[in-house]
Ligand binder design. Sequence first.
Ligand code: CTP
Length: 432
Amino acid sequence: EESSKNVAKLMKEFFSEEIYEILTTAGKLAEEMGYGAYLVGGSVRDLIMRRPSPDVDIVVEGDGIAFAQELSKKIDGKVIPHPRFATAKILKEIIRNGEKKSFYIDIATARTEYYESPAALPKVETSSIKKDLYRRDFTINALAVKLNSKNFGLLIDFFGGQRDIKDKKIRVLHNLSFVEDPTRAIRAIRFSEKLGFKISKHTENLIKLAVKMSIFEKLKGPRLYEELILLLKETQPHHSIKRLADYGLLKILHPSLEEKKLYSELARAYETVQAMELLFLKEKYRKELIYLMVMLWNLEDHERQEFLQKICVPENIKKEVIENIISAEKALQAFPSEESPVEIYTLLSSLNIEIIILMMVYAQEQQKKAISFYLTKLKEIKPLLRGEDLKTLGIPPGPIYKKIFDEILKEKLQGRLLSKEEEIEFAKNFGK
Ligand code: CTP
């Protein structure tokens, strides 16, 4: 079911000039080296759907690392090879909206199940991309576009990916897909939620069958964490976690997780994050970790450990989320009962933004107002005076400087000392 559609024109429209140039350069290089080169995976799916795609993936029928090294030279990038997997990443600095950004090109060697003898090379050339694609998760991710200059833009669709994109269907390529890689069940939900696609009946049955056969009990390793994080990051978490539960997959992550309460808390966390986006906070925060902390919030200490262990969270993140939850709990308990700006500031200014947003999810109405007040007003308040200014006033440098700044800050938090002149006046009189 190979199509002969050519999408070169669409590529030219869709990709930036710089990236289009990289792809045509890759195509010319493939010709020179006698390799087949293909754009594959999410970037083809996104191209056909005309959705922006973060990075590009290329598969090479040939030596992927050698190809990456040559391509990198031509486009002035930096190669990071992974010989163990016969893959490489090229890092290329590009300009987007006037800003420098890192752009990654992933290059892999076409993967085939079986050893192929060099004598069979001509046959391999046409079949190895097909085998590579056949190992992939869903039909929508198993499209390829030929890059070789001779056929640049030829869309290769062995498994009906175009039709499934049109029908908005998530469909596996074969019945053993989830047995081969159980994390694909999480991916199915992620793509379904983020693209607004339906998981096909048959694929859904295969997930249910895999659950029945306890395939997911063996689910382990860092990929589980990575997929869960992507799920939380790219979808509305209350919807996608509910769907995990519907397939019986949530309780596999931890038996104590399956509770109605979790969905409403995740929904609240999602709303909180949406509201934060409107505040245009300068600080970056990882919303997916906030959702993960919400998942952990109602668990006992030992259950938190078990859950984090099970999904193989990296040690540093594990420590961080546990500590952040405890800080948020403590801060909520210590929350000042009256609306004193100084006390609110004192409580919140030592906490990172992720802890503060987490607090917001579990705060009472009054506390929520206070936290918003802190984020929108108090947080930015700083004395206008500098050490230099105090020196000019003839105050000898020493610990007194910190005292003066602290007192000025307190005054300002209460709405006083609005101008630099007033601060100077205050500093002059300080300690008198
Ligand atoms: N893949 C797979 N099984 C997995 C993970 C990935 O078959 N468990 C394949 C898919 O074909 C996917 C490709 O590897 O298209 C690249 O994976 P990834 O970068 O995780 O996903 P993308 O499809 O690129 O999707 P996105 O970047 O939009 O998340």
